[in-house]
Ligand binder design. Sequence first.
Ligand code: ZN
Length: 136
Amino acid sequence: MRDAIETRIQEFLTDNDPRFDWVRPAVRKHGFLPLYLGWVAALGLRPNGSFVRWDHEDDREVVKPLSDPYWERMALCQGAKKYPELGSLIPQRPLQARDCESCRGTGQIEGALQIICACGGLGWMLPGEQRGPAPG
Ligand SMILES: [Zn+2]
């Protein structure tokens, strides 16, 4: 997976899409693949498989390690839409998981596809899992 992530980072850096011009300097500096870009923070994956959070609104110069299974799953689920090979990193649905009530297990909110569901797009949630406000 390391090679795949590095390849995707290179693609991201050489892509000319002007919508991501503001992201590329941080990707180049910190070496992560952006999986989720929010209003105040981005979540990314490094080639070694670790996750990072980039608070581009408050603290553009650094990335922080992300170690929150909920946000990691959400980032992977969103990232896999763009980079299908990352789908293999999404954890299997555990036995104790429940269908997400917001999307009825589909992973998408009907009529609002641009909104990320509370389940992160997986269609399931873990009972009692702590969730903070979305990073962005
Ligand atoms: Zn959901």
